[in-house]
Ligand binder design. Structure first.
Ligand SMILES: [Zn+2]
Length: 214
């Protein structure tokens, strides 16, 4: 079972990927991690990539394809979760070929769907205790006594500067721009499945499990 998991920042993609790794033994394949590992291990592709990077060049699609092929050949028995790749139509076609050459296929592209306005509310409202780090939310999780941390009784709280509506909107736009080139490709193949990313983590996890068991 090989999948691509997509979702904008704040949709819980990292959490769900971590679950698939720990519960199903799937392997998360991020091109950045694979590249570092190949360079460190001195594999043929790693040596080639290192030469390009040392010369100040960008690692080409051909090198990335070779890198993924090399990693697939090392075995991913329980399936792969492709992370941050493919980003373009050409890369999507290259991945299809890489998998087909190994008698495999991409089974599903699972997108964690979010309602942008609700996501903004979720992110903008969150804050933490400055002393112990306990998490709170203006609407969904206020301390039992207003202004006092439930855990450590501190009265100091903080918010991350990135947690504002503008930043979230920008991140959403970046996410859409990133996925726009590949979603139609996979939609046309009928393998895109959308899961409500606004539901709680367990519910999202159960929906993904249901998709993977079909
Ligand atoms: Zn606290």
């Amino acid at each position: 079972m090989n999948i691509i998991l997509l979702g904008p920042p704040g949709a819980g993609k990292g959490t769900q990927a971590a679950r698939l790794v720990s519960e199903r033994g799937m392997v998360q394949l991020s091109t950045g991690d694979m590249l570092r590992a190949a360079v460190k291990a001195g594999t043929p592709v790693g040596i080639e990539a290192k030469a390009v990077m040392d010369a100040g060049g960008l690692v080409s699609d051909a090198i990335v394809s070779a890198l993924i092929g090399e990693r697939l050949d090392q075995g991913v028995e329980k399936g792969a979760i492709f992370d941050g790749y493919p980003r373009t139509h050409a890369q999507a076609e290259a991945l299809e070929l890489l998998l087909a050459e190994r008698g495999q296929a991409l089974d599903y592209v699972i997108e964690l769907d979010v309602d942008e306005a609700a996501l903004i509310e979720r992110i903008v409202g969150r804050y933490t205790c400055a002393a112990c780090g306990a998490g709170y939310h203006d609407r969904f999780k206020e301390p039992a006594v207003a202004g006092v941390c439930d855990v450590c009784a501190s009265t100091e709280f903080k918010r991350r500067p990135d947690d504002n509506a503008d930043t979230v909107s920008t991140r959403m736009a970046e996410y859409r721009a990133k996925t726009a080139p590949i979603l139609p490709f996979y939609d046309a193949k009928g393998i895109v499945r959308r899961v409500d990313g606004m539901a709680d983590m367990d519910h999202v996890g159960a929906e993904i499990a249901a998709i993977l068991s079909t």
